[in-house]
Design a protein around this ligand. Structure first.
Ligand code: KIV
Ligand code: ZN
Length: 527
């Protein structure tokens, strides 16, 4: 742990230990294949994580290979090899992490009587003996050993202290006191850390780590409490994924520390700019959607629908925001357009797309916008631009989806016919295509119509209303010349919504390319 003196305040450096690829992967149905683990681990390193726990090496050959490759490749991050208190586990963890520049062995055993009696069926004496033998065994191979007393917050305090003393006597260098069931309250956590640190023999010679689950929504608060009790390392997962309600969320902890740094006097090595990209990557790899209202990375976290809030924000962002989403790589628009939005917000949003609407036209745009709000809860940017295009003399979108038909059936392929309007040529053309699913067939048609080399990266589908009249919102991300473009659409037919969102993303790529070409031409003229 390093400490820095700033403005007479001591700033404590907190190490971030990421277990997305081990504990996070224990989220129901969220396993990640080994190749993707490597990609995520690279992103975690870019994010500034201090210690990565890449997986449970013994669990499968693929997992072993992933831990091994991550250890070989990421030479600037410490790697934790995870193992139960057993020789086979320790051997696998040691072997898989052998090529890491810096590594530790992370061993755990339960300390609560509930676990000892009903799960391990061992006495306390047996657990102490196993801990002593296995830490001594691991110590032959590595110096840095993290010992976790699982379910420590529901364990007898004297036994936790005895277990920790045993671990320290055999060479453990980091003591982790997990709140495995997310049961403890912040005051209890602080007191647990303080007591173990000050009362266990050798307790002052080691570092402390906290690993809090979120069953009662207290994981981040408990992590701060552990820091007050003496912890200098916090174990987290991206998006808070993990067993049941998950673990302490990386982005929440990092942003609490960043946003309230003068109150907390803490800092981490996290590079804020990479937060959103990391969150999206993990969500995609695990096929695990992020709740709309999830702090920091949820889609509504920086979106404001109420007219009063929108008005305040447009005057000064600090009126209703405590963090800057752009500093975290969140480039999405901060205001959701819905029936609470006022004229000011509509005018402002259009101006962000370079569309200036005169006051006379604004009334008509606003009326049509309100009419659409009665049908849909949210009006996307693409729809607003379309309304403005129909009302004002603005340039229309380069391509527009006019119609689509898909022939579905029990055979493998789906056949689609799509009609697209090319605005510049003023022509509508129809295209046919096939695919394994209806969307693939439709995209193959659109790709014939729009001359953009687009790699289809991601599709998110959300329901935005309920009942028979339900509408789906599609958000499509494409990559064109290394740049990401997003298009959105809301429609009753989700295939239509997805196709329209894809066309919208392609239009954005075309318009961005055009702007760049125009800029280059202007520069050339000046020269
Ligand atoms: O939740 C827990 O107790 C754990 C340990 C194995 C560290 O994940
Ligand atoms: Zn855990």
């Amino acid at each position: 742990m390093s400490q820095q003196q700033t403005n007479n305040q001591v700033t404590k450096q907190i190490q971030i230990f990421d277990t997305t690829l081990r504990d996070g992967e224990q989220s129901p149905g969220a396993s990640i294949d080994p190749e993707r683990k490597i990609v995520i681990a690279r992103q975690l390193a870019k994010l500034g994580i201090d210690v990565i726990e890449p997986g449970f090496a013994l669990s499968s050959p693929g997992e072993f290979a992933a831990v091994q490759q991550i250890s070989r490749e990421l030479q600037n991050v410490e790697i934790a090899g995870f193992a139960r208190m057993m020789k086979v586990d320790i051997d696998a963890a040691i072997k898989a992490t052998r090529d890491a520049a810096r590594r530790r062995l992370h061993v755990f055993i339960s300390s609560s009587d509930i676990h000892l009696q009903h799960q391990l069926r061992k006495t306390r004496a047996e657990v102490l003996k196993q801990t002593k033998e296995m830490i001594a065994y691991g110590k032959q191979f590595v110096n840095e050993i993290e010992f976790s007393a699982m379910d420590s917050t529901r364990s007898d305090r004297d036994f936790v202290i005895e277990l920790v003393e045993t671990a320290i006597a055999e060479g453990a260098t980091i003591i982790n006191l997990p709140d495995t069931l997310g049961y403890a309250l912040p005051d209890e956590i602080e007191e647990l850390f303080r007591t173990v640190r000050t009362q266990a023999r050798g307790g002052q010679s080691v570092r402390y780590s906290a690993h809090n689950h979120n069953d009662l929504g207290l994981a981040a608060a408990n992590s701060l409490a552990a820091i007050r009790g003496g912890a200098t390392q916090i174990e987290v997962t991206v998006n808070g994924v993990g067993e049941r309600a998950g673990n302490c969320s990386l982005e929440e902890l990092a942003m609490i520390i960043e946003t309230r740094k003068s109150a907390l006097n803490l800092e981490t090595n996290i590079n804020q700019r990479e937060i959103y990209e990391t969150s999206r990557m993990v969500s995609r790899a695990m096929h695990y959607p992020i709740a709309f209202n999830k702090p920091i990375v949820g889609r509504n976290a920086f979106q404001h629908e109420s007219g009063i809030h929108q008005d305040g924000l447009l005057k000064n962002r600090n009126t209703y925001e405590i963090m800057d989403p752009e500093a975290m790589g969140i480039s999405r628009s901060m205001i959701i357009l819905g029936r609470h939005s006022g004229r000011h917000a509509i005018k402002h949003r259009l101006s962000e797309y370079g569309i200036e609407v005169a006051d006379a036209e604004l009334t008509e745009v606003y009326d049509r916008f309100k009419a659409l709000c009665d049908v849909k809860k949210i009006v996307t940017d693409d729809e607003l631009i379309r309304i403005a295009g129909e009302t004002t003399a603005t340039q229309p979108d380069p391509y527009m989806l006019v119609d689509l038909q898909v022939l579905a059936g029990s055979h493998k392929s789906r056949i689609a016919t799509v009609t697209v309007k090319d605005s510049a040529a003023g022509e509508e053309c129809s295209y046919s295509g096939m695919g394994e699913g209806p969307l693939e067939a439709v995209i193959h048609c659109i790709q014939q119509a729009i001359p953009v080399a687009a790699e289809f990266e991601d599709l998110e589908l959300h329901s935005v209303s309920t009942g028979e009249d339900a509408h789906g919102e599609a958000v499509v991300t494409i990559i064109n010349k290394g740049e990401r473009f997003r298009g959105t659409s809301i429609h009753k037919d989700i295939i239509f919504a997805a196709a329209q969102a894809y066309v919208a993303a392609c239009n954005q790529a075309i318009m961005t390319g055009k702007k760049q070409d125009d800029g280059a031409e202007e520069e050339a003229e000046v020269v």
